[in-house]
Design a protein. Structure first.
Length: 225
């Protein structure tokens, strides 16, 4: 082998070594993984602005903070796979929450400034949508529901949930309005209803245009027509 061939061989060898080293370095960089239980991001002033990691109870979470270092939003997934998003105001109070339960039931809740739920929207596991309105004591006072069979209900209750007004539309389109007293007993019905078994063989069904009044014992005292 002459000197030119030896020089060419040396150059090729060096080039192959450089290319091989570069490829190995690229592969190493692609396979590098940062492993940690918690990662925090802070601003130039040292205040925390975000974190991602594992919570003490095993939840995986992501938190976002404002310029003052106060939590503004938090996303978490529990070991049982319930996923939740919480929005917080500048006073640190929860104002809105979105949850997807492990049973595949999505729920949206809105809170007042005292962190009490005032509005709840949900879709149950049986695909029935529901809306709930709560008073300042978190007592549900208004409820709207749509059943799987197509029947719909609007209910309004007093603060102990006994005296109620219920507006219903059955799956067949028949409407009715029902009133209950302070003891939760039905006292009046307007429209279609079933009064219950009057005898062993019969259940009386009222027509849409009927009005039925009952006493505290559930006995009919007036029917129109």
């Amino acid at each position: 082998m002459d000197k030119k061939q030896q020089g060419l061989t040396l150059v090729l060898a060096l080039g192959a070594g450089l290319v091989g080293g570069w490829v190995s370095h690229r592969a190493l960089r692609q396979e590098t993984v940062l492993r940690a239980e918690r990662v925090e991001i802070a601003g130039k002033d040292g205040k925390r602005r975000a974190w991602f990691g594992l919570a003490p109870k095993g939840n995986v979470g992501l938190g976002l903070y404002d310029r003052e270092g106060k939590i503004s939003a938090a996303l978490s997934v529990t070991p049982e796979r319930t996923t939740g998003l919480m929005l917080v105001n500048k006073e640190g109070k929860h104002r809105a929450g979105l949850v997807l339960s492990a049973e595949d039931e999505p729920t949206l809740e809105l809170y007042d400034k005292d962190k009490k739920c005032r509005l709840r929207l949900a879709v149950a596991a049986d695909e029935e949508p529901q809306v709930w309105l709560y008073d300042a004591n978190q007592v549900p006072r208004v409820a709207v529901g749509l059943a799987a069979d197509g029947s719909a209900t609007l209910g309004v209750a007093n603060n102990d949930r006994k005296a109620t007004i219920s507006l219903n539309v059955g799956a067949d389109g028949s409407p009715s309005l029902e009133l209950t007293d302070q003891e939760g007993k039905p006292r009046a019905t307007l429209g279609y209803t079933e009064l219950g078994v009057r005898s062993v063989r019969e259940t009386e069904k009222q027509v849409v245009a009927s009005l039925v009044l009952l006493d505290p014992n559930g006995q009919v005292i007036r029917e129109v027509p």
